[in-house]
Design a protein around this ligand. Structure first.
Ligand SMILES: Cc1ncc(COP(=O)(O)O)c(C=O)c1O
Length: 510
């Protein structure tokens, strides 16, 4: 879809207002906010709003130096040092009428609770380009990152005592937010790729009591498992949730960290620089066509709320993300913004908008192509190291460690997820899986490496312990999460080796 004409011709979202929580329905527009449009109208003398005079804001101008689009090989350390830069200057009143600038007098003033209109316009264009929503009445509002966006969604759709669904292992902070609001999370069965649609359908068919309010899912580069659910499964999961009339919240900070497939030994070569747009005019179309479908892009009902964030593609400290959803939901979320965060800090909006409008949609896509190249390489370094230290014979494990350790090569995100078959651990019968997990975690730290125990990410933090003793041949697994995003390549390789040595010394107890 390419024009607003096309958008207008799409059907409208279903009326799903029955999903809104009592708290959300009760929200009325903040009366002061309804007068805001008059307070900023230059034709009206406003003695009404509590807006301070912009000439008292102690910022004349701010400037930032940023890499200049287009990008080829920006993240190559040597080349990035010499890469061309652009000076972004944001003046108080933007008297020179520079394009792509939110003047400080506006950015630092109380603003629109959904976010600054030019930034939202940019985000809407980006959303059209990437997701092509299938219904016409969708909208966006800014969030203070996905953390706040999720908290706002919980308040808008759930009430104390409600249940929500989440992947069996999931982002623990998201579950903490739910639990603190008295919302119970119920795990959905997954494999190393993600949610199993048939199991989900069966779970909902057999559900007793009020149905869950929503599914919270991290479909791409899942935290903690690194799994990315395929297009076919996404479609099947969507159909199941549509059949059971359940809202879907896709938390997608890692969406653009999708990678080329892993090829053994690939990390030995530096990744080739992507072509410029002049060299390959289809560069961006190819990039976009490789991306997996978002739930938003499959959503014909208007039951998906998509959480997008700049945290993993620009910087977490921007505290800038957004929600895309049907207009009626966005309107309710704006009402909540009005009386909570109001909106993202004006300084952040102004700087990010200057950067994005300077880069343009094409420059931003170029940036994302760069990240794809970089993350593909990091993932390759990590998986090559896993092969070298866990699969190949080493001095500490002459037959390798593959009988104890498994993983699925991640195709997105920042994480890898190691599955340990602890049935083979000499202390399994004595300690059991929970204590062994803690024991291995501590041993790894003693060896000088940090991996996070999988049980910390259980959606259900109070699983009912089964008294049944697992049969002798039953597999008993625990998991550890690692990341390949944070440290230089040499440290990443050293960390994998240290963990392999820990595992060897544990399983062979030498
Ligand atoms: C799944 C998931 N959601 C949200 C966040 C936090 O995102 P933000 O910085 O946008 O609040 C993270 C970060 O670790 C995450 O892994």
């Amino acid at each position: 879809m390419s024009s607003s004409q096309d958008r207008a011709s799409l059907p409208k979202a279903k009326d799903l207002a029955h999903h809104l929580s009592e708290e959300s329905r009760a929200r009325r527009p903040s009366p002061l906010k309804t007068a805001f449009k008059y307070a900023i109208d230059p034709k009206i003398v406003s003695l009404g709003g509590g807006l301070p005079l912009p000439s008292y804001f102690p910022f004349e101008s701010i400037s930032a130096t940023a890499p200049a689009a287009p990008f080829t090989d920006y993240n190559d350390v040597e080349k990035s040092a010499q890469a061309p830069t652009v000076e972004l200057t944001i003046d108080r009143y933007n008297r020179n009428q520079e394009p792509g600038v939110i003047p400080l007098a506006t950015a630092l003033q109380y603003g629109h609770s959904a976010g600054s209109p030019p930034l939202l316009k940019w985000i809407n264009e980006h959303t059209e380009k990437v997701h092509h929503p299938l219904y016409s009445d969708w909208d966006t509002l800014l969030t203070v990152g996905n953390t706040q966006g999720w908290d706002a969604i919980l308040r808008t759709f759930t009430t104390r005592g409600d249940t929500i669904l989440a992947e069996e292992y999931t982002f623990s902070s998201a579950m903490e937010a739910a639990h603190a609001q008295g919302v119970v999370s119920v795990p959905v069965k997954v494999d190393l790729e993600g949610i199993l649609p048939d199991a989900l359908d069966e779970q909902l068919n057999n559900w007793t009591g009020p149905k869950p309010k929503l599914l919270y899912t991290i479909p791409t580069g899942q935290n903690p498992t690194g799994g990315t659910i395929s297009n076919e499964r996404r479609k099947a999961v969507y159909d199941v949730l549509s059949k059971h009339d359940i809202i879907i919240v896709e938390d997608e900070p890692y969406y653009f960290l999708q990678m080329d497939p892993y090829a053994p030994g690939a990390s030995k070569e530096a990744p080739p620089a992507p072509p410029t747009l002049a060299e390959d005019p289809e560069k961006h179309d190819k990039f976009l066509s490789k991306l997996i479908f978002s739930y938003l892009s499959l959503d014909i009902d208007g039951r998906v709320l998509r959480l997008d964030s700049l945290s993993k593609v620009l910087a977490p400290g921007t505290r800038l993300g957004w929600i895309v959803a049907q207009e009626k939901f966005v309107e309710r979320l704006v009402r909540l913004n009005e009386v909570s965060v109001q909106t993202v800090a004006g300084l952040s909006q102004a700087v990010v908008y200057s950067l994005l409008s300077n880069w343009g949609q094409d420059g931003y896509l170029d940036w994302l192509v760069e990240l794809r190249k970089e993350y593909t390489h990091r993932r390759n370094v990590c998986i090559d190291a896993l092969h070298e230290y866990f699969i190949q014979p080493t001095e500490y494990a002459p037959n390798g460690l593959k009988e104890f350790v498994e993983w699925k090569d991640p195709s997105a995100g920042m994480f890898f997820w190691l599955k340990l078959n602890i049935r083979k651990h000499p202390k399994f019968a004595e300690l059991g899986s929970k204590k062994l997990e803690e024991h291995i975690y501590n041993k790894a730290i003693e060896h000088g490496v940090l991996f996070i125990p999988g049980s910390w990410f259980l959606a259900d933090q109070h699983p009912v312990e089964s008294d049944a003793v697992p049969s002798d041949d039953a597999e008993v697994s625990i998991f550890f999460r690692g990341t390949f995003a944070t440290v230089p390549h040499d440290k990443l390789i050293a960390g994998v080796k240290l963990f392999a040595e820990t595992i060897a010394s544990e399983f062979f107890l030498n």
